[in-house]
Design a binder for this molecule. Structure first.
Ligand SMILES: [Fe+2]
Length: 371
């Protein structure tokens, strides 16, 4: 029995408290346990035992049942209440038989019980270790998953960036338009405040707003003169086409709503659905201001870019009609320097965007000739 106990005791380094009013019993029990490699503390009474428990790490208490003052049962009740995880063994016997050889026998009986109790505790410890290990594995894999998702997100962003450049390239008179309205929209949304959770959707909606134009024939999209009614109707389909293209992509679902509504006007005169202010997603309302601002401050084949002030006046006049009046106010509060910085930065990036889009064009040539 003793041989079986030793490895368990060593592996767990459990500490035992012996509580007995008889000094001889305490000494013999402690000697037997020490011989088995089990470190012990001793206490002559229940009160002393509670003090030892307060100041030492104790895993098992072996207590006499009958003691002057606090009885073994009273001590048991307190230990279970204060230290519920502690193993408690009660020793019974008549005083004069618990010394000498009798005590040795008693100790061996106690050890048998202790072995069982320690075995249970060791199993609990193993379960706890296993649980802890599992938590570590889960934490590690969660981190790996997070990194993988971050990587995917970056890949999406790169793909979308190239797509935005491709849209701009098809509609060459508005080169860099997607990038500028994307940055303008973010700036207006920041000034508006309270849109932190929607910032990414607003940005993506602005960036891809004209994605449906990829399906519009060049003869209409690039026609130098005014469009006929029929051509205009075809051109206007780009809002619905863009929405249909993007709505099925879960992380772009909200951006798709902005794409769908990017030509709506607050007074209901826009297309394709003739929505009014509250029905138009805020991202699309922001875009409307950013889009007008960019159109007016960019060169066109038939005119040079207009000054910032002229475009500000147009938006001021259109507040409450074409544009959301609150958003127009926020836009007008943004200093001109902010827009100048964005225009300078996007102009510097222009060459890069064209290079990327040129690559796409080059790659698409064999496909066209094969078709
Ligand atoms: Fe558009």
């Amino acid at each position: 029995m003793a041989t079986d106990l030793v490895p368990a005791v060593h592996s767990l380094t459990l500490r035992v408290l012996i509580v007995d009013d008889e000094v001889s019993v305490r000494k013999v029990m402690a000697a037997v346990l020490a011989q088995l490699g089990l470190p012990c503390e001793t206490a002559a009474s229940g009160d002393e035992a509670l003090h030892v428990l307060e100041t030492h790490r104790i895993d098992a208490v072996i207590s006499d049942l009958q003691m002057p003052g606090m009885s073994g049962m009273e001590l048991l009740a307190k230990v279970k209440q204060i230290y519920p995880g502690t193993v408690f063994l009660m020793v019974t016997g008549v005083d004069d038989t618990r010394v000498g050889v009798q005590a040795m026998r008693q100790a061996n009986i106690v050890l048998a019980s202790l072995t069982r109790a320690l075995h249970v505790k060791r199993l609990e410890q193993e379960v706890e270790n296993y649980r802890h290990h599992l938590e570590e594995i889960v934490a590690e894999q969660t981190q790996q998953l997070r990194e993988a998702l971050h990587q995917i997100e970056r890949s999406y962003d790169h793909t979308l960036e190239v797509l935005g450049a491709a849209i701009d390239l098809r509609d060459s008179p508005t080169a860099g338009h997607s990038r500028r309205v994307f940055l303008y929209s973010i700036e207006i949304a920041k000034a508006m405040g309270g849109l932190e959770n929607q910032m990414r959707n607003i940005a993506m909606g602005a960036w891809l707003h004209d994605i449906g134009k990829l399906a519009i024939p060049d003869a209409i999209l690039l026609k130098p003169g005014p469009l006929t009614d029929e051509e205009r109707a075809i051109m206007q389909r780009h809002a619905q086409i863009g929405y249909d293209l993007v709505k099925g992509i879960p992380f772009l679902a909200d951006a798709a709503e902005i794409i769908f509504a990017h030509h709506e006007r607050c007074d209901g005169s826009g297309y394709p659905r003739g929505l009014k202010t509250a029905e138009i997603p805020v991202g699309a309302r922001i875009f409307a201001v950013a889009d007008t601002f960019d159109a007016m401050t960019s060169d066109r084949p038939y005119r040079r870019a207009l000054p910032f002030e002229a475009s500000r006046e147009v938006i001021e006049r259109g507040a409450g009609k074409q544009y959301d009046s609150q958003l127009a106010r926020e836009f007008l509060s943004i200093p001109e320097e902010t827009w100048e910085v964005i225009r300078r930065e996007t102009a510097a990036l222009q060459d890069f965007a064209f290079a990327t889009a040129s690559d796409i064009q080059a790659l698409s040539k064999p496909v066209k000739s094969a078709g």
